[in-house]
Design a protein around this ligand. Structure first.
Ligand code: HSE
Length: 297
């Protein structure tokens, strides 16, 4: 028995919803093939060039499968072949894709015995291995699709929202920003006035998504807590954001913990123009970058 799946990249936080909002996009995506084995071993094969560990205890997909195997007391094992196109460390949910893909694929091979919440639960062990934190804001949209709200990750309470018909321009500048470092630098206390502004934005964004109110989505994409601290890790962040808004983006910001930057647009052409502009800004300072034009998926 085997299954082949495509696992989407995800944009966590969606600017104001740190650790609670996330969306799946249709490009880039990873390809995974999972096979059920008669013996209880777990074999991981990476057909990509990122040099990720193939030791199951040290591999994001591997630990997810180990937990599923132990929990369900399985006598069978899994062989997983991963062709990664979502670059690790991009802020586009590369580790979440491996983790969610492993949980989703194993569940399909086992006859769909797990609920979506259970798949999220197991996939979070992969995120823990990758970043030290059991956050679900990338995993949830990867498994549910579209935009999801992680109302709580313990106990797991996921609210799938809508999938607005919007385009996404994203750029991944090739600078290193580790999720653990990008979390370390955050302030542990916030001002009440900032909290008020932030929850206004989050409530506005969720309402905009549910009512398909595009201007409301646009004016809610502001982050007064995380972005001012993290954006200093990303060269040219302010310039790219300002230029994107001028070119007609609804709004956007850091994708997950960075260094990727994303912008939402109503028209595909605007997303394509913004993606080209993003690339040229990094070309000018001789920083390699990858660009994506995608849709919420
Ligand atoms: N919500 C997490 C963060 C996502 O921003 O640190 C990490 O991919």
């Amino acid at each position: 028995k085997k299954i082949k799946i495509k696992v989407p990249a995800t944009v966590a936080n969606m600017v104001c919803g740190f650790d609670i909002l996330g969306m799946a996009i249709h490009e880039p995506y990873d390809e995974m093939e999972l096979k059920l084995l008669d013996s209880p071993e777990i074999i991981i094969k990476h057909e990509d060039r990122f040099g990720l560990s193939e030791d199951p205890s040290n591999n994001v997909a591997g630990v997810v499968l180990q937990h599923i195997q132990q929990h369900l007391k399985l006598t069978t094992g899994f062989e997983v072949t991963i062709r990664k196109h979502i670059k690790p460390g991009s802020g586009l949910g590369s580790s979440a894709a491996s983790a969610a893909g492993a949980a989703f694929g194993a569940n399909a091979l086992l006859g769909n015995i797990l609920s979506k919440e259970e798949m999220v639960h197991f996939a979070m062990f992969g995120e823990e291995l990758a970043s030290g934190v059991r956050h679900a804001d990338n995993i949830a949209p990867c498994i549910y699709g579209g935009i999801t709200l992680v109302k709580s990750s313990s106990p797991i309470d996921i609210i799938p929202l809508n999938t607005p018909d919007l385009f996404v321009a994203a750029v991944h500048p090739q600078v290193e920003v580790k999720t653990s470092d990008a979390r370390q630098i955050l302030k542990k206390n916030i001002l009440l006035k900032d909290a008020i502004e932030q929850w206004g934005n989050i409530a506005g964004l969720v309402t905009g998504i549910l009512k398909n109110d595009i201007p409301l989505i646009g004016r809610s994409l502001n982050d007064v807590i995380i972005e001012p601290v993290r954006s200093i890790l990303i060269p040219k962040f302010e310039e790219i954001k300002a230029k994107s808004l001028k070119m007609g983006a609804l709004g956007g910001g850091i994708s997950g913990s960075g260094p990727s930057i994303f912008m939402l647009t109503e028209r595909k052409q605007t997303a394509q123009d913004i993606a080209r502009m993003m690339k040229s800004v990094y070309d000018d300072i001789e920083v390699e970058s990858l660009i994506y034009v995608s849709k919420i998926n």
